[in-house]
Design a binder for this molecule. Structure first.
Ligand code: BDP
Length: 708
């Protein structure tokens, strides 16, 4: 199997007479328009019944009397065609009702999108051999369930590890949108309702007439799946594409330019969800160029798009405090510094999109304090399915346990329960607009993300966007069964590997809150702890010969802790109440400082890098126990990845340990670091056609030497 169908494979399952008696033979779809989500739902059910259970069900439209049937439509369509909906609870937008009781299965959505979601839910049960009699309704936790693609117009993808763009090539929208349709199906099945198709570092040429038409073609493909499109804008477009001499958000000509442009886009894409804007960050243009506030910048787009019912997702990832010589400067403080004073100044169709941590997508970060500083502003959380700093799909890292450290975090605003998940869904501060976005850089590779196992992260993201209280392991197990079948050993093994994967990666890449000690300047891949300091882009480990960690306290440090509500601030301000796993994020301590665990910081580093790498090495053995239980193609692809991870986890382990040993000169009490008596160095062998090469950074090659 190539992996192209992801978790929607509908693999054949055995079916007894009793099972057969529970399968519908008639599918009733309450909308006969082929491009409607309800019609798509009917066809999807037909395909699935056929593939999984070899049942040839026929589709009937707009009638409701046949027995042994599954009926799919909206509540309203059902009422009109079939009569009473008594007993079905009131649904929220996109919600659905599913009843498998009796001989008539009901799948009814609040709207057509909800009906399609219900169909996928029913099929997910069938595909897992689950015939329970259920009758329930479910509603989304929040209206915004978005994904962001970082695709460039030339067809490349920023931080994409699964091939070229499925949307763009050579500056235009591709002709063949087959992959887009397949992507739409996957997204709909996990209840994602919007996809932003181009990179946040946006190219103005997206808005040429030809490309607007191309966007229309993309939207036409997504629409039957209930997925809307959004686009990222470049702030300077009126100047670079429009030929104006400025892009000041308060300039009347600029305002008019955006309003006209928005009208043109909506002519071709009447249901576009909205704009995504990255401004004044990492070199992107923005309102600050004209001394305007970020709110004035966001509202420019909000007003242009409001008449069309669209929204603006405005990213909080704005930072420019890049001067490390200024001790006060701390990138982690930037978002609150910029956005807190603007609370209440954003129009009601603006949503501030906040990364889960204050820096960006690290292996462990404290919850972004911005979630506790905006009360009169709509917000959404930004996650990253793309494993940018987490092994780039070459390492197995199941992300939901990491996301949960933030979603479940209680920020104690006004000393009251303030879970991040209740803040982003709008419940805590009574906002109607809120939710989540995740960076998902699928590409043309048949595995979509570059690795089969990474798809659990996309699946789980959708499930958590719908219900952030859902259990990370439970979601994973649904995905495993849908993706690899019902074998018990397969389920247990992949569960075990996946649940160990984030702790393993954290242990060998950077722990105690020091961050992913990766190359920060370019690739974001592989160990390079030195790159974290002495530049404006790093997270600043402040590692020296005696001590390490970034002091972010109010008393002695950057004052970052002061951005949290009182209870949280005092917890992090105090070294005693700071949890070990974030110690070095908040405090600067000696390598010999004792953790709550009783170990010294340096010994913890050494031990964790060994235990993390050992855990990762175990994945390969675990996977090999599944040979023959999974099709050869996917088995081999995954095996290859895990084989690589085994080796690379050792590179990580030794590089980080060597680096800190070299700096601190403190020996590993277990005598491992720097001693590899059994190791045969490649450069000591007889080299035939290879040359030796001194590696940089030195710690990434055993003895600083590699062969090429
Ligand atoms: C960083 C990525 C960079 C993105 C940026 C962002 O390395 O490619 O453009 O985030 O989120 O982590 O805007």
């Amino acid at each position: 199997e190539t992996g192209l169908d992801g978790w929607l494979r509908y693999a054949t399952l055995p079916c007894s007479t009793q099972c057969r008696s529970q399968l519908p033979v008639n599918i009733i779809a309450l909308n006969s328009t082929e491009a409607s989500p309800v019609y798509v739902a009917g066809s999807e059910i037909q395909i699935a019944l056929n593939n999984i259970y070899n049942v040839n069900a026929s589709i009937a439209l707009n009638q409701c009397n046949s027995s042994s049937s599954v009926i799919v439509g909206t509540i309203e369509q059902y009422r009109q065609t079939c009569g009473s909906t008594v007993g079905i609870p009131e649904l929220d937008e996109d919600g659905f009702w599913l009843s498998t009781r009796g001989s008539k299965i009901q799948i009814l959505g609040q709207n057509e999108r909800g009906a399609l979601y219900g169909a996928f839910e029913y099929l997910s049960m069938l595909a897992r051999g689950n015939f329970s009699q259920v009758a329930y309704s479910t509603n989304p936790s929040a209206p915004l369930r978005w994904v962001n693609q970082w695709d460039n117009m030339d067809g490349s993808i920023e931080r994409g590890y699964g091939g070229e763009s499925i949307f763009f090539k050579n500056g235009a929208i591709v002709d063949d949108l087959t992959r887009v349709r397949q992507y739409a199906r996957l997204l709909a099945s996990v209840r994602i309702n919007t996809v932003v198709v181009n990179n946040v570092n946006a190219n103005a040429t997206l808005l040429t007439p030809q490309n607007i038409d191309g966007l229309g073609r993309i939207a036409d493909v997504f629409r039957p799946y209930g997925v809307k499109i959004g686009i990222s804008l470049n702030f300077a477009t009126p100047e670079t594409l429009g030929g104006l001499d400025a892009y000041d958000p308060l300039n009347a000509t600029v305002v008019k330019w955006w309003s006209n442009m928005t009208d043109q886009i909506y002519q071709r894409v009447p249901d576009m969800a909205g704009y995504l804007v990255k401004a004044d960050s990492e070199g992107e243009p923005g309102p600050q160029v004209y001394n305007r506030t970020l709110a004035e910048g966001a509202n420019l787009f909000a007003r242009a798009i409001k008449p069309h019912g669209g929204i603006v997702m405005f990213r909080a990832f704005v930072y420019n405090q890049l001067n490390e010589s200024n001790w006060e400067a701390d990138r982690a403080k930037a978002a609150v510094n910029f956005f807190k004073p603007l609370d209440g100044k954003f129009d009601d169709n603006v949503v501030v999109q906040i990364k889960y941590g204050p820096i960006h997508f690290q292996v462990r970060e404290p919850t972004s304090p911005l979630f506790a500083n905006l009360f009169k502003t709509n917000i959404a959380i930004e996650l990253e399915v793309t494993q940018e700093y987490l092994g780039q799909q070459s390492h197995l890292v199941y992300l939901p346990p990491l996301w949960k450290t933030v979603l479940d975090f209680d920020l104690r605003v006004d000393h009251k329960p303030s879970l991040v998940r209740d803040i982003v869904t709008g419940k805590r501060f009574n906002r109607t607009l809120g939710g989540s976005a995740a960076v998902v850089n699928v590409g043309t590779n048949n595995t979509w993300l570059g690795s089969h196992l990474s798809m659990s992260n996309l699946y789980a993201y959708g499930r958590l966007a719908w219900d952030p209280t859902a259990d990370a392991q439970g979601i994973l197990q649904d995905w495993i069964q849908l993706t690899f079948g019902l074998d018990r050993a397969v389920l247990d093994t992949i569960t075990n590997m996946s649940m160990q994967s984030w702790p393993a990666y954290e242990s060998y890449s950077g722990n105690l809150g020091i961050q992913t000690l990766t190359d920060i300047l370019y690739t974001h891949y592989g160990p390079n702890p030195a790159s974290q300091d002495n530049n404006g882009w790093g997270q600043w480990t402040r590692a020296g010969p005696k001590s390490i960690g970034m002091d972010r306290t109010i008393q002695n440090g950057t004052g970052y802790t002061g951005q949290y509500p009182e209870e949280i601030a005092s917890k992090y301000e105090n070294i005693q109440s700071t949890p070990d796993d974030l110690l070095l994020w908040f405090h600067h301590v000696n390598y010999t400082h004792r953790l709550h665990s009783g170990k010294t910081v340096i010994q913890h580093f050494y031990d964790a890098h060994y235990s993390g790498a050992e855990l990762a090495q175990g994945f390969l053995d675990q996977w090999e126990s599944l040979r023959g239980k999974i099709d050869d193609e996917r088995y081999a692809h995954i095996r290859h990845r895990l084989d690589y991870q085994t080796g690379h986890s050792i590179v990580w382990r030794d590089a980080i340990n060597n680096f800190y040993y070299n700096l601190s000169r403190i020996s590993d009490t277990a005598g491992r670091v720097g001693h590899h008596p059994w190791r045969i160095e490649a450069e000591d062998m007889k080299l035939n056609g290879y040359d030796t090469y001194t590696v940089s950074p030195f710690e990434t090659g055993s003895g600083s030497v590699a062969i090429v």
